[in-house]
Design a binder for this molecule. Sequence first.
Ligand code: ADP
Ligand code: MG
Length: 256
Amino acid sequence: MTDSKAALLTVDNVAKSYGARKALDGVSLAISEGEFVALLGPNGAGKSTLFQLLSGLFVADGGHITICGQDIRRSPVKALARIGIVFQQATLDLDLSVERNLMFHARLHGLGGSVARRRVGEELAAQGLVDRRGDRVRDLSGGNRRKVELARAMVHEPRVLLMDEATVGLDPGSRATLLAQVHGLCATRGVGVLWASHLVDEAERADRVVLLHQGRVRAEGTPAELIATVGVDSLAGAFAQLTEGGGRGTPDNPKS
Ligand code: ADP
Ligand code: MG
């Protein structure tokens, strides 16, 4: 590992059960600076469970997680200060303006008034939303709401960005825009990204793909490596083969 590619996030042999159900079973992965890692898995694979552990909402039954070298159990405040997160379910206040949603978040992260205003302005500019800053979130399209969530996730300048099924419900154009924005953050700011999705096409440009199925990492590598390992002609083919037997959930029976 070189200095320029220091691991920003490490997940080491992490396990998490809900009662008798093992949602995660010995999961390990790492993300370096500037790296876009796709966490690809069908519904029920355990993606959101991993995000809940990474965001400190739950504690793993076993294993270790570090963010920028800080163990999330021993130093949760320092560790969590370095992540930005967009959850699967939107968490904006619909009745507040775009700017107030972001200012609230900035203050929670300890940014003072003028710094907070500057950072909020910069992130809204990065998303092309400066002219919408005074609008209520309720009046924004789904695509713009997701952009606001991305801007909010970046306000405190995290080193690691976690995106959980961030494009669900968006039209193809908005999906592509959001994905391109996040790839851009890797390239221009060196942010390490974990992008969870069940959609294979969103993983095609990833630096690496971690394929999660029924709580276990089934394969890991560049898209080309996965395709070669499985001996198929597309990432979709590799995904289908490696998740054969089906996930526990389907789009009609997503998960709890
Ligand atoms: P994904 O995000 O990949 O769709 P989840 O992490 O949501 O997967 O779910 C992984 C497994 O854990 C599924 O079988 C799901 O039903 C189960 N699960 C998730 N959350 C809970 C919970 N709070 N209680 C019980 N089981 C859960
Ligand atoms: Mg999920």
